[in-house]
Design a protein around this ligand. Structure first.
Ligand code: UDP
Length: 157
């Protein structure tokens, strides 16, 4: 049998998705995860963590001089975040399209949020950014390579 380890590199593209503190507080994490599962992407890492300012500074380093940055730090450290790594074909671009904008109905932000400063999710904006961001949020050994075997799990051994 073909094991997932032999999947071609274009199926191994990865992106970082964060369910931000408002998503956790508003119990939207399941809805967000479900959208990525249904699309066909593979979850390869996930954890809930309380973020400190150091991690926000690293993650949003290019925004440090923006006027909204202090408010962004307060928001991102206001409660736990669920960090995930999703994998699959064109996952970075597809995920950005799924995340969308607060004013685009049918996207995660458009369906679940109304204000730009409380926009429920983060998703990496390029393959290079994704690699860097995954490194900020996860250790190498926290990424799990697994194979879908739904028949075994439906019918048992
Ligand atoms: N943000 C904000 N006010 C703004 C612009 C951005 O509070 O005027 C926050 C918002 O949470 C956004 C994050 O800063 O998701 C990062 O901004 P960026 O422009 O990188 O947008 P994104 O890549 O998240 O769509």
């Amino acid at each position: 049998p073909r094991c997932y380890g032999s999947a071609p590199p274009e199926l191994r593209e990865k992106t970082l998705v964060l369910a931000k503190p408002d998503a956790v507080q508003r119990r939207l994490v399941g809805n967000i995860i479900q959208r990525f599962e249904r699309r066909g992407f593979r979850l390869v890492a996930m954890k809930l963590l309380q973020v400190d300012q150091g991690l926000v500074d690293r993650h949003y380093q290019e925004l440090r001089h923006k006027p909204f940055y202090p408010a962004l730090v307060t928001y991102m450290t206001s409660g736990p975040v669920v960090a995930m790594v999703w994998e699959g074909y064109n996952v970075v671009r597809s995920t950005r399209a799924m995340v969308g904008d607060t004013d685009s109905v049918g996207t995660i932000r458009g369906d679940l949020s109304v204000h730009i400063s409380r926009n429920v999710v983060h998703a990496s904006d390029s393959v290079e950014t994704a690699q860097r961001e995954i490194g900020f949020w996860f250790q190498r050994d926290e990424l799990v390579d697994w194979e879908s075997r739904d028949r075994d799990h439906t019918y048992g051994p």
